[in-house]
Design a protein. Structure first.
Length: 203
């Protein structure tokens, strides 16, 4: 069975990218290979992580293009050339258009630091603390073009402790992200994830 070719999109530190690279290196992704990092900030730390891991990069600066659609067309051409079958958004901070979402629907996932549908969008951890919830968590979901609104694949809870601040909660959320995301990718690579409307079944 051919390996599932994956492109990871990231914009920043790349801790979730690193978790995937480590899982691949330790042969915990079962038939998946990281083919490419797509990054909109060529100076971001994630680029150095990819270099150290021996993973190719596609780097671009959005301001050099006339529109989002223009650079997404170029990204699609690169993904097609490499035979990429799954996109993993791991801290990619750009809004996607239908140019990219439509051809990859059901083959594009995102990790989000809350138990969706609660606290979508930016600052999900801060939103949870400000709201006063006792439990938040991590969601991995398919991307459908809305604001963190795609079908949910997997979720894990994280307790919000008395006295938690964003600074104390963030590391616990990130630790769960770095466990859950590689696990979901492995299940997809194994053919154990089935998308049916808004419902996702795990085999």
């Amino acid at each position: 069975m051919a390996e599932l070719r994956i492109a990871v999109f990231a914009s920043g530190q790349g801790t979730n990218f690193q978790a995937l690279a480590d899982a691949a290196n330790q042969e915990r992704l079962d038939g998946a290979s990281l083919e490419l990092l797509v990054c909109d900030k060529p100076e971001a730390p994630v680029v150095e992580r990819a270099r150290r891991a021996g993973i190719d990069t596609f780097l671009f600066r959005p301001k050099e293009y006339p529109s989002r659609e223009a650079y997404e067309q170029e990204i699609i051409a690169e993904l097609t050339r490499r035979g990429v079958e799954l996109i993993v958004l791991a801290g990619y901070m750009r809004i996607l258009t239908s140019v990219l979402v439509k051809p990859f629907y059901g083959r594009m996932i995102n990790v989000h630091p809350s138990l969706l549908p609660a606290f979508p969008g930016v600052n999900g951890i801060r939103q949870a603390i400000e709201y006063g919830v006792k439990v938040t968590g991590v969601t991995v979901h398919y991307v459908d073009g809305g604001l963190d609104s795609g079908p949910i694949i997997a979720q894990r809870p994280v307790e919000v402790l008395d006295g938690d601040t964003e600074a104390t909660l963030v590391p616990r959320i990130h630790a769960v992200e770095q466990e859950l995301l590689p696990w979901v990718v492995q299940r997809i690579a194994a053919g154990a994830v089935e998308l049916d409307g808004r419902h996702v079944r795990m085999g």
